[in-house]
Design a binder for this molecule. Structure first.
Ligand SMILES: [Zn+2]
Ligand SMILES: [Zn+2]
Length: 461
């Protein structure tokens, strides 16, 4: 059965709440224009635009009802249809009533019948109710006139907030006692509900996965196309010297089973450069980018913007010459709409991505172009040592926990952490997108499903 979700950028969510609470004791409403991310298990509504219903279009309103002129919502529906988007109606309950009211049930039948007539976009339309303390009820209307609850909403920004319908209070297993003492039981319940993606199962990826499992994250999706080699044992968590030639992701599956916290692990033994693989990451609540290639990083950069999925991308570079280390630098960069992406930051380059993708899909042509100097040589595998990959993996997990809890202080907003390990120094920075970069152009924010996926040409499956 399909589950339904909604993702909204924190700036839009805050603006929406501000409008819905703008007149004390009087109901207010807004429309959300949403693109969609659809797969068999999940349909996600990605909020692109918040359209407040203004006073001109309100016939009457008080603390527990409002009547809106039809021109107001038909205009919003037209806009949704023109933008190949879906339609969400949001309104406030100033009296604090949490659920959709019997009056909502009645009036929304015809509102959403109209939506399905006027909007041709494949997907579903939805309805949200807010109390003065925030989102309190959320559902979708299906084409047959029935409703289904929204399974979760993600509010993505400096903080990552996840909303779930209220259900019976979940007990926190005693395994997590020491962590609960640090962050409280709400975070523990939240971790148990999250679906986290891990891209790459090498030095950093296996370490990230082990931490996520032990933290109590409920569900992991992990992709890596490589097989384990014995030389990996010195840095891959969960591996053994006797393991040979098995897919690296299988090591993580085994590790999770051995730890025994009932973590759901979905393993994919192919790289995210295959469309079918990366598409599975659209519905993650957050992703850890632990790949060491720029091609994979460029795809995650796009995914973060198109689907508003926070990506914690990490890398470690050891510069050594004949066994003498000159520098060890690591970084964790958080990718989200509104912050500088890996292109803006010069962390990845078009030439290198081209060299990597061509070497994987057409080695002969790649060799010829390298020979002619059109694309850079890829070089030997970089050095990698477990304390350094572990430091960066742990730093990425801390960034994630900070976005969930704010434990590093509310005004700590940096989107990149740099570890200059040979100097024992850590620096942070916060940068907006470059003006010429795609990531600063709002047409790409929450763009959702397009054909081809991510507006990219894909290798054949
Ligand atoms: Zn209502
Ligand atoms: Zn950028």
């Amino acid at each position: 059965m399909t589950r339904y979700s909604l993702t909204i950028c924190a700036s839009d969510y805050d603006r929406l709440r501000e409008h819905l609470g703008s007149v004390p004791e009087i109901e207010q409403a807004a429309y959300l224009v949403c693109r969609v991310a659809r797969s068999e298990p999940e349909t996600c509504l990605l909020v692109r635009e918040v359209i407040p219903v203004l006073a001109d279009d309100i016939v009457e309103a008080d603390a527990d009802h409002m009547i809106i002129r039809s021109r107001s919502f038909t205009r919003a529906m037209k806009q949704a249809n023109d933008q190949r988007a879906c339609f969400v109606f949001a309104h406030s309950h100033p009296n604090g009533y949490r659920d959709h009211s019997p009056a909502d049930d009645e009036t929304e039948v015809s509102l959403f019948r109209t939506a399905y007539i006027r909007i041709r976009t494949p997907g579903v339309h939805g309805s949200l109710a807010f109390t003065p303390s925030g989102l309190s009820a959320a559902r979708v209307w299906l084409p047959d006139g029935t409703t289904a609850p929204l399974e979760r909403a993600r509010i993505v920004g400096d903080r990552l907030r996840y909303w779930f319908p209220t259900g019976p209070r979940e007990a926190v297993p005693e395994f997590f006692d020491r962590q609960v003492r640090a962050f409280g039981s709400d975070i523990q319940v939240l971790l148990g509900r999250l679906r986290i993606g891990v891209v790459g199962a090498g030095g950093t990826g296996s370490c990230v996965a082990e931490q996520l499992i032990r933290l109590g994250v409920g569900s992991l999706v992990i992709a890596d196309g490589e097989r384990f080699e014995r030389s990996n044992v010195n840095r891959v968590y969960g591996s053994r010297a006797i393991d040979d030639e098995i897919a690296k992701v299988e090591l993580i599956e085994r590790l999770a089973a051995d730890i025994g916290l009932n973590t759901k692990v979905r393993i994919i033994d192919r790289p995210i450069s295959y469309r079918s693989v990366l598409e599975e990451f659209r519905h993650c609540d957050a992703i850890f980018g632990c790949t060491d290639d720029e091609w994979g990083r460029s795809l995650l950069t796009k995914l973060a913007i198109y689907y508003c999925v926070p990506v914690f991308d990490m890398g470690v570079r050891i510069d050594s010459n004949d066994g003498t280390i000159r520098s060890i630098q690591g970084r964790v960069t958080t990718l989200l709409p509104g912050t500088a992406c890996l292109f803006c930051r010069g962390r990845i380059s078009v030439q290198r991505i081209r060299a990597e993708s061509l070497s994987a899909t057409n080695p002969q042509q790649a060799a010829a172009l390298i020979e002619e100097g059109y694309i850079p040589e890829l070089g030997d595998p970089a050095p990698s040592v477990i304390p350094f990959t572990t430091t960066i993996a742990a730093s990425a997990i801390s960034e994630f926990l900070h976005r969930l809890t704010g434990f590093l202080g509310q005004d700590r907003k940096s989107s990149e952490v740099l570890h200059l390990m040979e100097d024992t120094r850590v620096r942070t920075n916060h940068r907006p997108p470059n003006e010429e970069c795609f990531c600063g152009d709002r047409t790409y924010w929450a763009r959702g499903d397009v054909e081809p996926f991510l507006d990219t040409t894909w290798r054949s499956e």
